[in-house]
Design a binder for this molecule. Structure first.
Ligand code: F6P
Length: 327
């Protein structure tokens, strides 16, 4: 397969959807067309390859989607694709449709699939970082992260109104899977009093100390909890705090999937557009089995193995900033 020149590419979105995925699809399709390639959209992630659900995508098929959340190609976490038989079927679909290379938009699960497709079957794959979690090494931000942050911070601002009107302590849980990127950024941007994230070893006693110190001066307090924190989710942490003290009027709010929807921010649209164009150009230049991201303002290509195998460093100075500003 890898000897053929690339004439037709496939594009899919897989894993959790995120704002900016449509902007990425648009960029891939239009970049491909500009380079004289045909483009085929795969529906429902890798499941679409296993079940032969594809449709041609031309320039006009991706009109008016740059501003839309979700993904017009739909997304899924495919069980069938986890099996060798499922992947062999997927590769037959690629052959049957004359697809020479595949652009996969998604997170670590998506890239694991794309990496295995290349390793097992020689399929030329390239990835765009599409996840709200920002947990991919090799790009400063992932597509969807900025929008999710802005959505979450707007929600936390609203919660602050109630917290300060009623002198309450709120635990607000945000997404991020097993990382705390969303939680830490939201905590600083929303002026929260404390953050609990999986990357930091924190105890309920430490949290209690911080709350007690702040409560001398403050009427309301907001603690941001990353869903992957090892002390448990926001409800569990609130329960542990209630066990230790009755000093607070405590409420819990889990922001959940509202963080995944909505129109992408400018930053996400630009990131999706840049990486989408670069991914097609990289494929044509012979790059594959790698993710295209942006590092320090410039396009950066990182092998899938590193993008999913290396841990993305947390912006640790923000923990200090939060502590200073929460006083
Ligand atoms: O990876 C994106 C994400 O939204 C995570 O933050 C979260 O843990 C997970 O997906 C939720 O997945 P689902 O939509 O399948 O419940």
């Amino acid at each position: 397969m890898s000897e053929r020149p690339i004439r037709r590419i496939g594009v899919l979105t897989s894993g959790g959807d995120g704002p900016g995925m449509n902007a990425a699809i648009r960029a891939v399709v239009r970049s491909a067309t500009t380079s004289g390639l045909e483009c085929i959209g795969v529906l429902g992630g890798y499941d679409g390859l296993v079940n032969d659900r594809l449709r041609p995508l031309g320039t006009r098929d991706v009109s008016n989607i740059i501003q839309r959340g979700g993904t017009i190609l739909r997304s899924a976490r495919s069980e069938a694709f986890r099996t060798a038989e499922g992947r062999a079927t997927a590769v037959r679909t690629l052959h049957n449709h004359g697809i020479d290379a595949l652009v996969a938009i998604g997170g670590d699960g998506t890239f694991t699939g794309a990496h295995i497709l290349f390793q097992e079957h020689g399929v030329r794959t390239i990835g765009l970082p599409g996840t709200i979690d920002n947990d991919l090494y090799g790009t400063d931000a992932t597509i969807g992260y900025d929008t999710a942050l802005n959505t979450a911070v707007e929600a936390i601002d609203r919660i602050r109104d109630t917290a300060s009107s009623h002198d309450r302590l709120f635990f607000v849980e945000v997404m991020g899977r097993d990382t705390g990127h969303i939680a830490l950024m939201c905590a600083v941007a929303a002026g929260a009093e404390y953050v609990l994230i999986p990357e930091e070893r924190q105890s309920i006693d430490g949290l209690m100390d911080a709350l007690m110190q702040a409560s001398r001066a403050k009427s309301s307090q907001i603690v941001i909890v990353a869903e992957g924190d090892e002390e448990g989710g926001a409800f569990e942490i609130a329960r542990k705090v209630k066990e230790r003290t009755t000093a607070y009027d405590i409420r819990v709010s889990v922001l959940g999937h509202l963080q995944r929807g909505g129109a992408p921010t400018v930053n996400d649209r630009i990131l999706a557009s840049r990486t989408g164009v670069a991914a097609v150009e990289q494929l044509l230049a012979g790059t594959h089995d790698a993710m295209v991201g942006v590092v320090n303002g410039a396009i950066a290509v990182t092998p899938f193995e590193q993008a999913i195998g290396n841990q993305k460093p947390l912006q640790r100075d923000l923990l200090h900033v939060l502590k200073v500003l929460a006083s």
